[in-house]
Ligand binder design. Structure first.
Ligand SMILES: Cc1cc2nc3c(=O)[nH]c(=O)nc-3n(C[C@H](O)[C@H](O)[C@H](O)COP(=O)(O)O)c2cc1C
Length: 225
């Protein structure tokens, strides 16, 4: 019997979560190609498909990790400005997921040093053997970045359908100029975010929590007749 499409999508959406501890296990080349082929179906304004990715695997990821380690401390600033502040409900949600993260690792709320160390794991790609750096073209502006966001969402779901786990990372965009230079990207390629991906370390406590979502009546207003 054919699977109900809504159930398939719902199961994938429910199963995806941000993974922050990966196994040292490479995604096979053919699985990577399948993932990219699936994500490539993403829609974009005027079908412009502004996303481009540089992906490192295995030793290339290790070299990038080491290069970022040597460079870090010198943030060049992101290409797209980070949120100025989180207030009200956004601040609450940000705090809730931050506390869940630290609690999973046994980091006390006031332990700045331990939370800083955890934040720095972003730049080690949480030990993932693969990372994708997603860029857009400057000329398409905000909507080019929106198209990339749609692409990233589909990449995450397609990855889950292939048994892979992922974490999108705006943090990596703190080193946009460094990454452009490192990968010899043209000046008009703007870094949107990274995606570390691979196979989840299920035993790692950081992968043991799930974030909540607001009820739909807080996000959608439907007008009928
Ligand atoms: C655009 C974007 C940027 C993100 N940047 C980071 C990041 O830099 N580091 C990180 O650990 N998680 C990052 N996340 C993951 C979010 O924290 C996560 O999606 C959110 O807390 C919801 O949890 P879930 O993905 O497990 O459902 C990012 C997510 C998105 C969509």
């Amino acid at each position: 019997m054919e699977a109900d499409p809504a159930t398939v999508v719902d199961d994938l959406l429910a199963a995806r979560h941000s993974c922050r501890g990966f196994l040292d296990k490479l995604v096979p080349q053919d699985v990577l190609e399948q993932l990219l082929t699936m994500a490539q179906q993403s829609p974009s304004w005027c079908n412009s498909q502004p996303w481009q990715l540089v992906i490192t695997r295995g030793p290339a990821t290790d070299r990038l990790r080491a290069a970022l380690r040597d460079h870090s401390g010198d943030s060049d600033g992101p290409d797209f400005p980070f949120p100025e502040q989180y207030t009200g409900v956004y601040q609450q949600r940000r705090r809730e997921c931050g506390w869940q993260l630290y609690e999973s690792l046994g980091i006390a709320k006031d332990d700045r040093e331990a939370s800083r160390r955890q934040t720095l794991k972003n730049f080690e790609f949480f030990d993932a053997p693969q990372v994708a750096i997603v860029t857009t073209t400057e000329t398409l502006g905000v909507y080019g970045a929106v198209d990339c966001g749609v692409y990233v969402g589909n990449f995450l779901l397609a990855a889950r359908s292939l048994g892979l786990d992922t974490v999108p990372q705006a943090a990596i965009a703190m080193y946009s100029a460094f990454l452009r230079n490192y990968f010899e990207l043209p000046a008009d390629r703007k870094v949107v975010c990274g995606i570390s991906f691979g196979y989840s370390d299920e035993q790692h406590p950081v992968n043991g929590f799930r974030t909540s979502r607001a009820p739909i009546d807080e996000v959608a207003t439907v007008y009928g007749e």
